[in-house]
Design a binder for this molecule. Structure first.
Ligand code: SF4
Length: 114
């Protein structure tokens, strides 16, 4: 089973009723639905916090402290698809920064549940 980490947008998680930390990302990973090719084990759920400066180091620290290198890192659908987009970096830039730091592939979005 693949090991994956999920990064959620904290601004959305704190105020959105359908937040990415609630169940959708976890369900999609567990069932291998949405952008997951197979049922996957979530080994980390990282919450970005505005303005996003701690996201990359926190992701690196989560990998280091857990001693688990995930096969992929998923940006939550709410982070990737929300409109307006992240006003600080934008999901594409966040993905590039995480890939640059970790060397792990970042996948844009987790699920398509509504
Ligand atoms: S910096 Fe962007 S992605 Fe991170 S919590 Fe704020 S709005 Fe969300």
């Amino acid at each position: 089973m693949k090991k994956i980490m999920v990064v959620g947008c904290g601004a959305y998680m704190d105020s959105g009723y359908g937040c990415p930390g609630e169940w959708r990302c976890l369900k999609a990973a567990a069932l291998g639905e949405g952008n997951f090719e197979e049922a996957s084990s979530v080994v980390g759920l990282i919450k970005c916090e505005c303005p996003g400066k701690t996201l990359v180091p926190n992701t690196g620290m989560a990998i280091k402290l857990s001693e688990i290198k995930p096969d992929a890192i998923y940006l939550s659908s709410c982070l990737v698809d929300s409109k307006p987009d992240c006003p600080y970096a934008g999901s594409e830039e966040l993905a590039k920064m995480i890939e640059g730091k970790t060397g792990i592939k970042v996948i844009m979005g987790t699920h398509d549940y509504h």
